[in-house]
Design a protein. Structure first.
Length: 127
């Protein structure tokens, strides 16, 4: 059974290679390739109609578009690096807060709370 599978894979590979040769050597599409793709669909993709800001009326009727909302300005999504041991400690604190009933506890909320408590006069020099 394994030998049959290998043979089938080789047949598919050689068929695909032959199709590519026919397309590249003739400069024209082979009849096999014509059967694989819908000409209008290919032309639509190649012309960029799927990526234009204004979609055709038929595409617009199929896909409802949500009205564009203003982006919030009171917060920003950021990325910071943390040592794995500090991150593990932060996660353990979040788990403990949730265990205590603080259902909305998360990393961000805990960091915001810590920022409120920081006394800059107490920060060590080697920070």
């Amino acid at each position: 059974m394994r030998a049959d599978t290998d043979h089938d894979d080789q047949d598919r590979t050689s068929d695909r290679d032959e199709g590519m040769e026919a397309m590249s050597m003739d400069g024209d599409r082979s009849s096999e390739a014509d059967g694989l793709f819908d000409r209008d669909e290919v032309e639509g993709v190649l012309s960029g109609s799927f990526y234009r800001a204004e979609a055709s009326s038929s595409a617009r009727s199929r896909t409802p578009v949500a009205p564009e909302r203003a982006k919030p300005t009171h917060y920003k999504v950021i990325c910071i690096s943390m040592y794995t041991d500090a991150l593990a400690r932060l996660d353990a604190m979040v788990v403990e807060l949730k265990r205590r009933g603080f259902t909305k506890a998360n990393r961000s909320a805990l960091i915001r709370h810590a920022l409120e408590r920081v006394d800059l006069d107490q920060v060590p020099r080697g920070l």
